[in-house]
Ligand binder design. Structure first.
Ligand SMILES: [Zn+2]
Length: 454
């Protein structure tokens, strides 16, 4: 027998079948010289390639964060603030709000201390705003009832829950706005640093940046600090159904957490209108997102919900995005959800992404005519947090079909090269394939032909 084809001992599962009793022709394989494919250097190359990919993925996922920017370095830059963001200042907001402790809706900590802290920060920012833009602040107390299809369904009623709302825009109102939402309340068992104070801190820092802009904003941004999300989604309902500013909103960005640290991830998006999604994809320097996460979440595999649902069901806002921190889910709603659990650079990543998203969205002509945007169904995902891919579902379908066609074509060509008689019925069987150490793809090829032609 040819040395390139090693005869195995009789296969276990084929006991009782006489080797060579089929119509399998040994010579077809013997004639065909097996390639010495797996020499030692080949194994080394394969191992090195896989190791490199593994290290690259780990680097992108765990290490590749922007460097946190300090307040001093912002001052020293001496430039107009532009798109600058300071993690140091945002982290201070998180630390101070977390130090209040758990803030369940209705508690003194939530209704008085947290409200007072955020309101004072907003008033301070307002007093230092450059005159080309203006900031309006409102404290909404709201009551209502609504039905929710979450889990088995429920009716939720609330009274006097609070929203702290800041709106920044040009001196002359445009009546077109984007709502950015966080919640400052927490579950009774957690200080809620990541869920969701860090998002409120990011919003405060971005409001500072926008307030120092030397140019008038093209449209308005509404920062909604809502005080009743955890039980369940009530303050968001009060805002979107009752607050007069909500009528101007054409876009909604929600920021949440079901973990702590890591990168903030886009896990739900309006996939039919491209305005906000493309503003994020084109602008975010450290994008993170996946349409797969959206499918998992919207199919109910994650027993959780966000204000995104309220804005979807009860608002007339056409375009929405939903972000969350998803790493380290074990700290979610526990006493371990503290500022120290937030990875260094994670706030900078979220802040820069959101800031660029807002800038892109405000200047996009699509914001003015979002009602007229053509509906397309989109697929989105990031590549290692480096860039974002967004394309139509029809393109995805074409790519998938092409891969299937190329796979069959590849099989066909390999069979042809190996001299396999394509149309001959029962030319090979599993016994024959298993008896020889032959190239894997060729085995698969033979099996497929056997299935298709036999
Ligand atoms: Zn939350």
């Amino acid at each position: 027998m040819n040395n390139n084809v090693r005869q195995r001992s009789r296969p276990i599962f084929s006991a009782g079948l006489a080797h060579g009793s089929s119509e399998f022709n040994d010579e077809l394989f013997i004639k065909k010289k097996s390639l010495p494919l797996f020499r030692s250097w080949t194994w080394f190359l394969i191992f090195f390639t896989y190791l490199s990919i593994f290290v690259f993925v780990l680097y992108c996922d765990l290490i590749r964060f922007p460097s946190p920017v300090s307040v001093d370095s912002l001052k020293q830059s001496g430039e107009a603030r532009g798109l600058q963001f300071s993690e140091e200042r945002a982290r201070n907001f998180v630390v101070e709000l977390s130090s209040i402790g758990p803030k369940p809706t209705g508690s003194y900590e939530n209704e008085v201390i947290a409200v007072d802290y955020i309101t004072r920060q907003l008033e301070y920012i307002k007093s230092h705003t450059k005159p080309v833009n203006k900031i309006d602040i409102d404290l909404q107390k709201t009551s209502g009832c609504f039905d929710l299809t979450f889990k088995d369904g429920m009716t939720s009623c609330y009274k006097d829950v609070k929203n702290i709302i800041a709106r920044i825009g040009p001196q002359k109102p445009t009546n077109k706005s984007i709502v950015i939402n966080c919640h400052y309340d927490s579950v009774p068992t957690s200080p809620g640093a990541s869920d969701d104070l860090v998002s409120c801190a990011v919003m405060l820092e971005i409001l500072i940046t926008l307030s120092q802009n030397d140019q008038a904003l093209p449209n308005e941004v509404i920062f909604l600090f809502n005080g009743a999300e955890e039980n369940i989604l009530q303050a968001a309902h009060g805002f979107i159904t009752q607050h007069p500013w909500a009528k101007t909103a054409v876009g909604f960005v929600n920021m949440e957490a079901c973990g702590a640290g890591g990168k903030q991830m886009l896990f739900q998006a309006d996939r039919e209108r491209t305005w906000l999604l493309m503003s994020y994809a084109n602008g975010a320097p450290f994008p993170q997102g996946s349409v797969v996460a959206q499918d998992i979440f919207q199919n109910g595999l994650v027993p959780s919900d966000t204000d995104y649902r309220i804005f979807d069901h009860f608002g007339n806002i056409l375009v929405r995005l939903d972000f969350a921190y998803v790493k380290n889910g074990y700290v979610y709603h526990t006493k371990f959800d503290v500022p120290a659990a937030i990875t260094e650079g994670a706030i900078q990543q979220a802040g820069l992404n959101l800031l660029n998203l807002i800038q892109n969205a405000l200047t996009s002509p699509d914001m003015i005519k979002v009602e007229n945007q053509t509906k397309v169904h989109l697929v989105f995902f990031d590549f290692m947090g480096i860039f974002m891919m967004v394309y139509r579902v029809s393109v995805a379908t074409a790519i998938n079909a092409l891969i299937v066609v190329l796979s069959f074509l590849d099989m066909f060509l390999k069979c042809k090269r190996s001299g396999v008689p394509f149309k001959k019925k029962n030319a090979f069987n599993w016994q024959s394939c298993h008896d020889y150490d032959i190239e894997l793809s060729r085995s698969i090829c033979i099996l497929c032909i056997n299935c298709c032609c036999a």
